[in-house]
Design a binder for this molecule. Structure first.
Ligand code: PEP
Ligand code: MN
Length: 357
């Protein structure tokens, strides 16, 4: 493209800040249309720099275009394409905060060199079940006890959790074993109860884009384990994290739990590639959930290893003392002894990638 605009005299393409928006006008769009676009940009407090070529004009925009409505520009006459260069998830992006976020919860650091393991049953079912599980997973090296008291179930006739009673059992079992608690809030009502007992609030895959709930959990100020929606892109997932971060709550932990694909041999397809990708795009810690990805016990340990090898900051795993009697997700729940064996094997993987466990 031949650049012939005088405003470029002091600004070569090299010294235009690359973190900006580029607007491409249609071929032979009248000059007045480009001028209209530039006027609107200037009115928004941003600086347009037109590059008039022989066939079309390209307008580079300097300033933080996130304060600007890109859709509006797309709709302007003569505009062919608009490319945003800055990430829309401003607070979650590594380009905004370079260093890894390490979340310290009662001395347990998530996102540092040490890998963190969260383990426990899918659902809290009884005092005996949760106590037995807590004791076993703690002994094998888990620091955080998981267990659902409010369960999002596909089948409306299946077990939906013990509610507040389940939360109390979970908290008691965690205290007894010097662990902390992660448990899911499904809606505003359950969030009110969950915040009283949890150290980390889980937002499940089905609620990843429940934007009002994201804002509400953000306001709770508790750390949030944000699971990836089963058909969410990485960008949508990071934008969901942004909802929480934008409430002033910096403690978001991402969790890859598999996405839905055409493959039906497994419950979900473990998107192991998202782990290095979100690590690159974001400073937030990432946890792998091999249980919901696999759906079958036999695949949990290999996927956990893959997650750690790919750079996850830890794992969340379902463990049940008697999986065949489990009220949810028995197929994918590890027996305590399988969990202990997996933990031993994971230590070697951790070492190989410069982490400790
Ligand atoms: C769970 O952790 O038990 C759960 C329901 O997970 P997900 O939201 O990832 O399906
Ligand atoms: Mn489950």
């Amino acid at each position: 493209m031949k650049l012939n605009n005088s405003s470029l005299k002091n600004k070569t393409l090299n010294n235009i800040n690359p973190n900006n928006m580029i607007i491409v006008m249609k071929r032979h769009a009248p000059r007045a249309q480009a001028e209209h676009v530039m006027e609107k940009i200037t009115q928004s407090g941003l600086q347009p720099i037109p590059l008039h070529g022989t066939e079309r004009t390209v307008i580079a925009v300097i300033g933080d275009e996130r304060s600007f409505n890109i859709q509006k520009v797309r709709a302007m006459p003569g505009v062919s394409d608009v490319m945003a260069v800055l990430k829309p998830y401003k607070l979650a992006a590594r380009e905004t905060k370079h260093d890894d976020t390490i979340i310290n919860i009662k001395g347990i650091k998530i996102g540092g060199k040490e890998l963190i393991v969260m383990a426990g049953p899918c659902s809290v079912e009884s005092e005996k079940q949760i106590n037995e599980t807590a004791k076993a997973v703690k002994k094998a090296g888990a620091k955080i006890l998981r267990g659902g008291a409010y369960k999002p179930r596909t089948d409306p006739y299946s077990f939906e959790g013990l509610g507040v009673e389940g939360l109390k059992m979970l908290k008691d079992a965690a205290d007894e074993n010097k662990m902390i608690v992660v448990t899911e809030a499904m809606d505003f009502a359950s969030l009110d109860n969950v915040v009283k007992y949890a150290d980390i609030v889980q937002i499940g895959a089905r609620n990843m884009q429940n934007f009002n709930l994201l804002r509400e959990v953000g306001k709770s100020k508790l750390p949030v384990l944000l699971k990836r929606g089963m058909s969410a892109t990485i960008r949508e997932w990071l934008l969901a994290a942004e909802y929480i971060l934008s409430t002033g709550n910096p403690n978001v932990i991402l969790c890859e739990r598999g996405i839905r694909t055409f493959e039906d041999e497994v419950r979900n397809t473990f998107a192991v590639n998202s782990i290095p990708v979100v690590k690159h795009l974001s400073h937030l810690p990432v946890i792998a959930d091999p249980s919901h990805a696999a759906g079958k016990r036999m695949y949990v340990s290999p996927l956990a290893k893959a997650g750690i090898a790919a750079g996850a900051d830890g794992i969340i795993v379902e463990v049940h003392p008697n999986p065949e009697e489990a009220l949810s997700d028995g197929d994918q729940s590890l027996l305590p002894e399988d969990f202990a064996k997996m933990m031993k094997e994971l230590k070697l993987i951790a070492q190989a990638v410069g982490r400790t466990l």
